[in-house]
Design a protein around this ligand. Structure first.
Ligand code: SF4
Length: 428
């Protein structure tokens, strides 16, 4: 199976029947390699090795007690799915709660929701779904109309943090478990280190205790697990996971750090663990012992005057509330039109002022449309914008019988300041 992680990273797993027995049990046929160990093993030994490492991390960092109620926020991806499956298997006596936040990301959130429902059914874990567009009347895509159009992930992060906390309180969760793995942690640590953001480094610890009474403890049980091995586990155990990427995902800086890490790993297989150990055992304790950091700890936690959640902001309005206030000023958030709406929209427009692009197909519906392949989404930003530069003063319309493909063009061009719409359906 292939797992499309991003346009540059694809994981692949093909089970093989090796002509020798499992290196660990020496009985069953070896079918898979444990990448970090370079040994070939059978399915049961792979699972046991994988689960034991997570168990060890949970126990050595004392992540939770059996009486805790643990919430796992599910994204539809391999990390949170694997986390839930392993927790359920290792700790059947612990109360687990799956949670899915439908962020209203078009052509992504609803499909991910379907996958999460399947997963929770398979694992027999209760699932709570929070639908952002229905509950709060906006979707993450809407921020494309604000100053944050090129920082959608940071807005999404602020909104999710608020919801994690609110939902945890409503459901009486004492612990929130997230699927951050070894590769995530080490690349973020390096990123923050290079930026000199030492305070944020502390937040990368595997257990984050509550800042105030009633807040849940945050834990990262996959802290010591390499990403590739998580994918192998998910596939081996047939966990339902999405195989497509959020259209807002921007991998540029992560890509650089991950590539740097992968290059280092070729020389030294243990480098990720060594870096993790240096950060955890040397650097973070040093930061925590600094008088400036200690001073911060004793300061009272600010509470946002709008939503009541904790905030580090001195004006007592949290970043989520500030961003929503900005969104509320946008009157028209239209990104998609039906065919009828499109006809009405262009009725009185000078034909010179519009350009129609059809993605991946020829069609008679738009006879003068310009054909474009979805492959063009993968070219460099500079090449992409150079191609569309002559259309900067026009209103652009995109159409594809698979509207997700044309929507990706719309998002990319909207972020670059174009006036652009997706024609989402054609019916006569
Ligand atoms: Fe949110 Fe960005 Fe993740 Fe998409 S990729 S779900 S926008 S954080």
């Amino acid at each position: 199976m292939k797992y499309i992680k991003s346009d540059y990273e694809v994981f692949e797993l093909e089970l093989k029947s090796y002509p020798f027995p499992c290196k660990l049990c020496k009985k069953e046929q070896a079918i898979i390699e444990i990448p970090s160990q370079k040994i070939k093993v059978c399915k049961d030994c792979y699972n046991q090795f994988f689960e034991n490492r997570i168990k060890k991390a949970i126990e050595s960092y004392k992540m939770f007690k059996t009486y805790d109620k643990i919430g796992v926020f599910l994204s539809g991806g391999k990390d949170s799915a694997t986390l839930l499956a392993v927790l359920k298997k290792l700790y059947p006596e612990v109360a687990l709660q799956g949670i899915y936040i439908n962020l209203g990301i078009r052509y992504y959130s609803d499909k991910a929701e379907e996958v999460v429902i399947k997963l929770c059914k398979k694992l027999n874990v209760p699932l709570y779904i929070y639908n952002l567009p229905k509950e709060e009347n906006f979707r993450i895509d809407d921020f494309i109309f604000t100053y944050f159009k090129n920082k959608i992930c940071s807005v999404c992060g602020a909104i999710k943090r608020y919801l994690f906390s609110k939902i945890a309180k409503n459901l009486g969760l004492t612990v929130i478990a997230t699927g951050h793995h070894l590769d995530d942690t080490v690349s973020t640590m390096l990123n923050l280190f290079f930026q000199g953001d030492f305070e944020s480094l502390v937040k990368l610890e595997p257990v984050l205790k509550p800042l105030y009474t009633g807040q849940a403890t945050k834990i990262k049980p996959l802290y010591t697990t390499p990403e590739k091995e998580i994918f192998f586990y998910a596939v081996l155990n047939e966990l339902p996971i999405v195989n497509f990427v959020c259209p807002h995902a921007d991998f540029t800086s992560i890509k650089k750090k991950k590539k740097f890490l992968e290059d280092l790993s070729k020389e030294n297989r243990q480098i990720k663990y060594q870096l993790l150990s240096v950060f955890l055992k040397k650097l973070i304790p040093l930061i925590k012992s600094h008088p400036q950091y200690k001073e911060k700890l004793v300061q009272p936690v600010n509470i946002c005057i709008k939503c009541g959640e904790a905030t580090s902001s001195s004006d007592q309005i949290c970043s989520r509330c500030k961003r929503i206030a900005l969104l509320n000023k946008v009157s028209d958030k239209t990104l998609e039109l039906s065919y009828q709406e499109f006809l009405k929209y262009v009725e009185k427009l000078d034909k010179e002022k519009i350009a129609i692009f059809v993605v991946n197909e020829e069609t008679d519906i738009f006879p003068n449309a310009i054909y474009i392949s979805s492959e063009f989404l993968n070219v460099s930003k500079r090449k992409f914008l150079k191609f569309f530069k002559p259309y900067k003063d026009k209103i652009l319309f995109f159409y594809s019988s698979d509207p997700k493909q044309s929507y990706l063009f719309v998002l990319k061009l909207k972020k670059a300041g174009f006036k652009v719409f997706n024609i989402k359906s054609v019916s006569f």
